[in-house]
Design a protein around this ligand. Structure first.
Ligand code: SAM
Length: 241
């Protein structure tokens, strides 16, 4: 589906607390330093317009929520939603999730990872850009402690089945559990904008929960394909914040 460019946030809004540029993070980055209160951290990969980040952080103030979004306009839009209500427990990083998870996050620093409607990259020559790659899922296993979870929701059955296979191949997750949909109680009662759009169009959504087992992850921070999923070093794909 074609995407309209995101609306520009009110220029009077100060985004500096909520918007973080990936390029400004150090190699010893600890995500807990972004939040005023210590709490379990949940990462959302590809936050888009920020519905999940906004609603989840408002509903669960006892947890910290961190989004990572590669498109500058969407990252700013998410930051604006969070800044408008001065959310203390939510932040958005502008940059590439693959690099963040593979290269910067310390071991066992997250409680959950949410991947909702990741770009499917249909063309064969673009497939390597898919976020749910073997490298990403091995590092997801590294940054989650035993019992930590990855939520995977998509409207693309083939990508869904492929990511479950990749997850099994890592050996770091229990057998994927199916997640049942819940009826929406109001117009914005959806996990994300793409879930809303897909369900209102009557199309199916595939959902799974991957739970980290207690096998040690055999990867170290920063390891993996040097040419990342896009075929260029991930560091270079960061746009400035
Ligand atoms: C199809 S949209 C889904 C947005 C949102 N998750 C939803 O369900 O409404 C995919 C989003 O992921 C972002 N994205 C794609 N590749 C990314 C990457 N490597 N790192 C961070 N964000 C990425 C895109 O810019 C886009 O906003």
């Amino acid at each position: 589906m074609p995407r309209r460019p995101p609306k520009k946030p009110d220029p009077a809004l100060d985004l500096s607390t909520h918007l973080v540029a990936l390029g400004n993070l150090t190699d010893l980055f600890d995500p807990a330093t972004l939040f005023p209160r210590p709490a379990p951290i949940e990462l959302e990969v590809g936050s888009g317009k920020g519905l999940f980040l906004d609603t989840a952080s408002a509903a669960r103030p006892e947890r910290n929520f961190l989004g990572v979004e590669i498109a500058a306009g969407y990252a700013r839009l998410c930051a604006a939603r969070l800044a408008r209500r001065a959310a203390a427990n939510a932040r958005i990083i502008h940059g590439d999730a693959t690099w963040l998870v593979r290269g910067l996050l310390p071991d066992a620093c997250l409680d959950a990872i949410h991947v909702y409607f990741p770009d499917p990259w249909w063309k064969a020559r673009h497939r390597k850009r898919r976020v749910l790659s073997p490298t990403f899922l091995r590092h997801a296993g590294r940054v989650l402690p035993p019992g930590g979870v990855v939520h995977v929701w998509t409207d693309v059955e083939e990508y869904f089945l492929e990511s479950l296979e990749v997850s099994r191949a890592t050996g770091l997750f229990a057998e994927p559990a199916a997640v049942e949909p819940r009826p929406a109680e109001h117009d914005l009662d959806y996990r994300t904008h793409f879930e809303r759009r897909t369900r209102l169009a009557g199309a199916p959504v595939w959902r799974a929960l991957l739970t980290r087992n207690d096998r040690p992850a055999s990867v170290v921070r920063g390891s993996g394909d040097e040419a990342d999923s896009a075929g260029v070093p991930a560091r270079r794909r960061e746009a400035p914040g």
